[in-house]
Write a protein that binds this ligand. Sequence first.
Ligand code: NAD
Ligand code: IPM
Ligand code: MN
Length: 352
Amino acid sequence: TRTIKLAVIPGDGIGPEVIEQANRVLDAALAGGEVALDRTEFKLGADRFLETGDTLPEAEQAAIAEHDAILFGAVGGVPGDPRLKNANIERGLLLKLRFDFEHYANVRPCTLFPGVESTLKQPGDVDFVVVREGTEGPYAGNGGRLRPGTPAEVATEVSVNTAFGIERVVRYAFETAQSRPRKKLTWVHKTNVLVHAGATWQRIVQTVAAEYPEIAVDYMHVDAATIFMVQDPSRFDVIVTDNLFGDILTDLAGAIGGGIGLAASGNINPDGTFPSMFEPVHGSAPDIAGQQKADPTAAILSAALMLDHLGLTADGDRVRAAVRADLATRGAATRPTAEIGDAVIAQLPQRG
Ligand code: NAD
Ligand code: IPM
Ligand code: MN
């Protein structure tokens, strides 16, 4: 038996509700096999901050680093909660894990499963994956506020783009494109305005492209990419882009793929130096928390990405097949969170 050490961070709001179902599906998918999960749960997020004042204590981060993978729900309190005014859970916890654990490839697939209604009237074939840079760009936190609260206030938020950081994610995206039948890569930026970062991205994409003659490469400005994504998503196969453009494009992709409740992601450290982290694209959804209204499918599909990453692709495929079968029968109907978990478990194909 192979034992996988799994760190679980359920988080806030609907995070624990969807992670509970993802864990049930993982247990059902691995039952009777050669793999055992050894889970450690870490209570982190806005609720923990309100209780103890902690965001991500060093000792806990070190303990998380000792695991093979991380399953993450969602963090964040109710927007505008005055008690969280001086907290920054998103930066201090989620982004800190992504940055410190070098999750440079933030992989966000977008597939419209049969039976699922897209927000688009005529979506066509939707099956693409966004590889979002995860450790730098405008998310780097480089900037500041001068003279805050005065009419002379100045705020800067400086995007950081290193050749090292761009090249490693661009390479990962080319490898992803190489592994897919259509072998197409679209890189997205705003080179007409962000001329400095744009030129560095362009240089590196062109250099790496020379090593992948089979891949058809094209470029789009990010604003135009949003048009094409809603007009004809079938033109995308693999998209590679910077951290902020990727954040925005993947919420749009979520809507196209049938809703944010279905959108999964992996924060991948391809080098294996640190554990990779798998999480739904959505947040803690305070508006529906505690009501068993959250769709756990995004969390379940994130767990499937985790199985792939751990080399258990047959089990990842079984979980995806179960989700596919469930979505094909349930259509657009919403059901309580646990019932969706039950239905996916019931649809799991036999192993072997
Ligand atoms: P959100 O994704 O939490 O919610 C947006 C909308 O989508 C809401 O109407 C919500 O009810 C709905 N929704 C989200 N997930 C759903 C699901 N699984 N099933 C059904 N409906 C779902 O985004 P927000 O409202 O902008 O943010 C709420 C909090 O979450 C904030 O504190 C924000 O910073 C945080 N956040 C965290 C993460 C994360 O942990 N990865 C991601 C995004 C936002
Ligand atoms: C996401 C979220 C995060 C991001 C926030 C909560 C920091 O929106 O995972 O898409 O911007 O990356
Ligand atoms: Mn986002």
